[in-house]
Design a protein around this ligand. Structure first.
Ligand SMILES: C[S@@+](CC[C@H](N)C(=O)[O-])C[C@H]1O[C@@H](n2cnc3c(N)ncnc32)[C@H](O)[C@@H]1O
Ligand code: SF4
Ligand code: SF4
Length: 353
């Protein structure tokens, strides 16, 4: 994997500038992906990468900057790092990390320097201990990786015009809401008029800025993983006693959605954990509680680790319970989002059903 720090990148500025200046602003048909072209991720290993995607069939996560701890990156330095991969795809020589990635798409790509997709995932701490969690929230990682505030760097990028206002801004982690900079970072995006904001949260900690974002219709989707109908199951899955608090917060967010007269901005997620939360009664209770809170959007997922181990097994009973979930949501007329692992289990292509 290529590995560059900020000074390496600065040294290559002139070469790449010269190579790319002629093609500037011209669109060209070739195979690339939206993230290579206009996206980036700040991850929990002190890196800025092109994407956070990882799979058995390809490596993923091309690197832009390593040893990153919140330094302000001037526009030229940042886009020089981005252009390196864009030039490669333009020339038909793909980053090794992207080999076989299904996100590569042949179409006309523009040659302008701007960002329209950001994943903020540099946080490790969490106020929950979900038994299925894929995020490295443990003590070892906290010792290896240095926590930093990203707000000053992103403010500079907004001020220097690097990020378009319709950009997808995706907050994940760890748990975003527990970080001291969360409120100021989200407020900054709101103040600057960003309106395509995605937030994944445990829902345990109430956020005034999330409420404001919902009230101002600047949230695309606020996703809260419930993974349970009953208090007992919620505690079993989350390993913290937070069920009442989460539902109290859902009601407050739902109120903001109603005040804004918007729909389908809050999505309550159910990750199927085979032999744990897959009883009909648990799903019934979950859907009933969703409806009572005047929420109209649910998501069905499946523990990705379980899927990796069991994808070739006879999963008939799990398929049945997944179909039951989907059929029951139809009764309530909820919008439904189906995550990839559940789609693969069911053999369906539709993301929203
Ligand atoms: C790592 S979390 C971080 C954000 C936040 N703490 C949360 O739980 O929503 C990002 C997303 O990955 C999902 N996730 C984590 N572990 C998973 C697993 N084993 N299978 C499927 N989804 C998982 C979570 O539900 C969450 O929506
Ligand atoms: S691994 Fe896939 S998603 Fe990631 S940058 Fe490469 S092509 Fe894009
Ligand atoms: S709330 Fe999110 S980050 Fe925290 S343990 Fe659960 S899935 Fe992991």
């Amino acid at each position: 994997m290529s590995n560059h720090n900020v000074s390496d990148i600065k040294n290559t500025i002139n070469t790449i500038n010269n190579n790319s200046s002629e093609a500037k602003n011209q669109s060209m048909v070739y195979k690339s992906c939206d993230l290579i072209e206009h996206g980036f991720v700040v991850d929990n290993q002190n890196c800025i990468r092109v994407c956070s995607i990882i799979n058995n069939e390809y490596l993923g996560q091309p690197l832009l900057f390593s040893n990153y701890t919140g330094e302000i990156l001037d526009k030229e330095t940042f886009f020089t790092a981005k252009r390196k991969y864009r030039e490669m795809t333009r020339n038909g020589s793909y980053p090794y990390e992207c080999t076989n990635c299904p996100r590569l798409l042949e179409k006309a790509w523009d040659n302008d320097d701007y960002i329209d997709n950001i994943l903020l995932s540099h946080w490790i701490d969490c106020n929950s201990r979900c038994i299925y969690c894929s995020a490295p929230t443990d003590e070892t990682l906290k010792k290896i990786n240095k926590y930093y505030n990203f707000t000053p760097a992103i403010k500079e990028m907004i001020d220097n015009g690097s990020i378009i206002r319709s950009a997808k801004i995706d907050f994940a982690g760890g748990e975003p809401t527990v970080y001291p900079e969360f409120e100021s970072l989200l407020s900054l995006f709101l103040k600057e008029g960003f309106h395509n904001i995605f937030i994944n949260t445990s829902g345990i900690k109430y956020s005034k800025s999330i409420r404001t974002a919902l009230r101002n219709n600047q949230i695309n989707t606020l996703t809260i993983s419930l993974d349970a109908g009953s208090k007992e199951m919620h505690k079993k899955v989350k390993q913290v006693n937070s069920y009442d608090k989460v539902w109290e917060n859902i009601y407050r967010y739902s109120e903001a959605q109603q005040e804004a007269k918007t729909k389908e901005k809050i999505c309550l997620k159910y990750i199927l954990l085979p032999n744990i939360n897959t009883k009909k009664e648990e799903i019934d209770l979950f859907l009933e509680k969703v409806a009572n809170a005047k929420i109209d959007y649910v998501a069905l997922s499946l523990d990705m680790f379980w899927w990796t181990k069991h994808k070739d097994d006879d999963n008939k009973s799990l398929i049945n319970i997944s179909n039951y979930f989907i059929e029951e949501t139809q009764k309530y007329k909820f919008k439904k989002y189906i995550y990839p692992w559940a789609r693969w289990l069911l053999g369906i292509k539709e993301i929203v059903v």
